[in-house]
Design a protein around this ligand. Sequence first.
Ligand SMILES: Cc1ncc(COP(=O)(O)O)c(C=O)c1O
Length: 392
Amino acid sequence: MTTLFDHETVRDEFPVTRHMLYLDSAHQTPLATRVRVALDAFYAEGHEMAGPKPIWLRRVEETRTRVAAFLNAEPCEIAFTKNTSEGLNIAANAVPLRAGDNVLLIEGDHPNNAYAWLNLKRKGVEVRFVQLSSDSVIADAETFAPFIDERTKVISLSHVTFHAGQRHDIASIGRLCEEKGIYLVVDAMQSVGVLPVDVKALGVSVLAAGCHKGLLVPQGLGILYVKNGLDEMQPAYVAMSALANPPADYVARPDDLQLRKDAGRFEIGNFNLPDLHALGAAIDLIEEIGVSNVETHVLALGERLIAHLDELEIALVGPRSREARSHIHVLDLPVQPWFDYLTREGVRVSPERGGVRISFAMFNTPADVDRVIEIIRKGIVALRTVPAHAAG
Ligand SMILES: Cc1ncc(COP(=O)(O)O)c(C=O)c1O
């Protein structure tokens, strides 16, 4: 395995690695020391100096610029939200949709994406679920093309799926959407910070993600990209922060409801300032390594894992090929008893609908892969079980 960065230095940033075998970054990130230091510094400022808030707000704008550059967007295309679901709901309620219009989703994709659009059924919007033949198949333009008609207004899907680690071909779907005049809404919760996400290259109209996985900060902060020029997208909720001319005297002006033109029109009230402060430190860490190097690293760990799984005759629920994979691997093992067994052995993974989910991050190493495989090998004997696929 090539050394893309100094694993030991990165590992040192994550004290969790000294306490357990953490293979669950697709669930939530453990905190890096420098992220904690940034949070502590924020709390110390609040504790000792009560802010001051204007300084904190200036940092919000610095972080906005950092996030924009990270996604190859403009700062005016970035809004801060609470999480992915809020971003997806903002999109669902901002796209001008009328009764009889339809939205295409992938069957089995994250439910929070589905519910944001299903909520529009009461307005007469049709939600069409497109089925993939299996969890090892990825979606591309051809997947959606047969379902598009003149009333199709939106395609919305995850970049990387949480339940199988498929990495959908968003760029090809983006080209199709561009050609047909369809909005492309992407849930990048599982990809941003782990794989390069270039909103322009992907042809995305709106992208939503929380920041508590690949972006390394605690829950409660989301990012929302809204492509410049989509002025017809209007917010369902409005606060003073969304206005083009917020009243300096804090008295609402019924005769001036003009909204900002930038993505800030979707922001409501105060921000998650501690997380925004910490996000700058998190992006520093990712950029020191390089997000492409994080991607190459987690894909190589995946290759090593798959080779070992093949020896043990344990199937993968998701795709095997490098282009279709991500940092997420779901092992076709019965969740019970395997989840409990791995927990007892000090391995943190997630139970998934198709098996046991192992997800990698920048701090995982080939030794982590070998260790979990050794534990699984022993488990096969200890649990006197056979891989689920072999049992059938
Ligand atoms: C693909 C995907 N979308 C959305 C979510 C939920 O995100 P949030 O809690 O940020 O709304 C998750 C997992 O937490 C996810 O994996």
